[in-house]
Design a protein around this ligand. Sequence first.
Ligand SMILES: [Zn+2]
Ligand SMILES: [Zn+2]
Length: 320
Amino acid sequence: MPEYRTDLVTGRTVIIAEGRAERPQEFSARALPVDVSRCPFCPGHESETPGEVFALRLDRSRADSPGWRIRAVPNKYPAVVTNSGAYGLHEVLIESARHITLTSELSDDELADVFRATIVRMRAMYADPRIEHVLPFKNVGAAAGASLAHLHSQLIGQSIVPPDIRAELDGAARYRAERGTCVWCDLVERERLAAERVVLESPRFLAFCPFASRFAYETWIVPREHACRFEANDEAGLVELARVSRSVVARLESILDDPAYNYVIHSAPRGVRDDGSYHWQLQILPRSTGIAGFELGAGMFINPVSPETAARRLVGGPEA
Ligand SMILES: [Zn+2]
Ligand SMILES: [Zn+2]
């Protein structure tokens, strides 16, 4: 039977309507045409992107020439710019010199490098005093908004705090005022004890399908120890995050047959003091049926796969 569920942090209500899972579902990310010879993100094509602002190079190769392993460039078609009212910075992080399309094709070490590079670029964006918030995110597959298949993620730094982050900050502050604790710290403990939505547990992280999942197989990776900023992770934290996220993504890829998905890293905006309320997290959002009329009209999501069902299937998935 369909049921309403409300997210503990934001108060957002969703409809879990499991019967609808019988409908045909299309998660596939394979719709993007791949013409490697014309891929602007492949080595040798550096001149087809704006000049690099960062690259991980292990040799002495020159900027904007082959020899890089990870490369960050301004987005050629930015959503925000520094000379307009919509003030901001928009960059693309090319995650591998190999023309690969799946996150699981990166090794754990390579994914850790991607997270390290993400932190380098977040810090560089925050060096601009007008940038209030930086959102790292990834689109995989056309259904998730990707226009190029070559594995990449993006960062958008803005002079405003986006509404979803604001809703989390407000919800967390409300919860802390009422109970004196961090809502995410409590959530992690509750999910660990309940165990019915847990996908994977490591010493530092818990991966689980949230109670009020908006999307089928939505999975959050949350640090078990309180921390408000992703970019404050130490080396051991990044290495473990890479291992956990790669394992979760590999399970999603296996069960959903290489799905289109987004991931977003929610981290505290500039100036937010760590008063024990905001808590960073990485959200993985598989995209199946997409956002339709009801979602746009009501501002509510209908999810055809309960997080309990999703977690059960993901636990059974391959390790990597
Ligand atoms: Zn390529
Ligand atoms: Zn916390």
